[in-house]
Design a protein around this ligand. Structure first.
Ligand code: FES
Length: 109
């Protein structure tokens, strides 16, 4: 078990810390805890709306696939530490920090 900290580009939302276990995805935790994170395709690597940035612990997640990379390229403001939350499955017991992009930019997607 590890801790996962959600930080938000929207500074009106305070950081939140939860527990995550191997085999769970960032999107799993976000949905369980009512974190506002779009997931328009339902978590099957078919969109880019669950785009997040990994601030700490990139190596703690399963490797990125070519398909995920393709969808990240279509996300708003992708960076070197971008991942799709539904594909970000924990594969270690190391703590991670995730930055949630401003979801208001996704309205209408
Ligand atoms: S919810 Fe669509 S790619 Fe993650």
């Amino acid at each position: 078990m590890a801790s996962i900290v959600f930080q938000f580009e929207d500074k009106s939302i305070s950081p939140k810390t939860y527990q995550i276990v191997k085999g769970e995805s960032v999107l799993d935790i976000a949905m369980d805890e009512d974190i506002g994170l779009h997931h328009n395709c339902g978590g099957v690597c078919g969109c880019s709306t669950c785009h997040v940035y990994i601030s700490q612990g990139m190596d703690s997640f399963r490797e990125i696939s070519d398909r995920e990379e393709d969808f990240i390229d279509r996300a708003i403001n992708p960076k070197i530490n971008s991942r799709l939350a539904c594909q970000c499955v924990l594969d270690s017991d190391s703590d991670v920090i995730v930055i949630v992009p401003d979801q208001s930019a996704l309205n209408g997607h």
